[in-house]
Design a protein around this ligand. Sequence first.
Ligand SMILES: [Zn+2]
Length: 305
Amino acid sequence: MLPFKLIYHERYDLNLGPHVFPSQKFRLVHDKLLNDGIAELDDFLRPEPAADADILRVHTSDWVQKLKTGTLTHSEQMKLEVPYSPELVRAFWLAAGGTILAAESALGNGFACNLGGGFHHAYPGHGEGFCAIHDVAVAIRTLQARNEIARALVVDTDVHHGNGTAAIFANDPTVFTLSIHQSNNYPAHKPPSSLDINLEDGVEDDEYLAALLPAVKQSIEEFHPEMLFYVGGADPYGQDQLGGLNLSMTGLEQRDSGVFREARGRNVPVVTTQAGGYARRLEDTVQIHVNTILAAKRIAASVIG
Ligand SMILES: [Zn+2]
């Protein structure tokens, strides 16, 4: 039995068919956690789709309506880069419900891991780069509205800049956004996060960790967040098809445990989400996401919360 909950729904799959985004990874991570004996059935919580009222805390009613009725324009569809389907929309609503549920759970347990979500390219009024609904932003705004947290820190380690996150919280002093990413990669337009760590192509483990971990420590100590939302992309991996950094699987594990240690050592609850991962071998992407859960398990055991 894990000392925290895993959030998962079998309909997280975005129903994409053959696509560079392997959305079957959500199920594969779930299955591997069970098959490897890392988790038991009782460790899982099953989310409901987020309420529209909560989605609307972040997104425009126009965008929500277009998603619900399948009336995206051609250019909106092209920007989203995943084919529209009712299943796709349901999956995004479920992912947002999952991150809300994870945040509620982390308040009590110190950790919770959504085995989905991290859709950090979604903007209030449009979707981009496989992301239609910004689950992390919806969860932050929802917990703030329920008076459960006031201040949140987003640590985004996906290889791509967290443009949606930066845009949503640009003028919000209650949310600190930190993105570490490859400069020379999507998105072309990178609105400023509270703190952007722009990396050159080919950066390896040591340089990456030396840039990230002190920044996370300083952000926590100076901003005093009441929750850390971790966008844990698997795509800084050296074998990723859409990433140009060169982290090893070990380096990615050190990244996860390092961030978790900084937060849990200061009693800040941590919510993890998955975000991108496009390794040439799908099993590598799955293993990297599973390793995030193992890192959380290790840190949860080593820190008195
Ligand atoms: Zn990415």
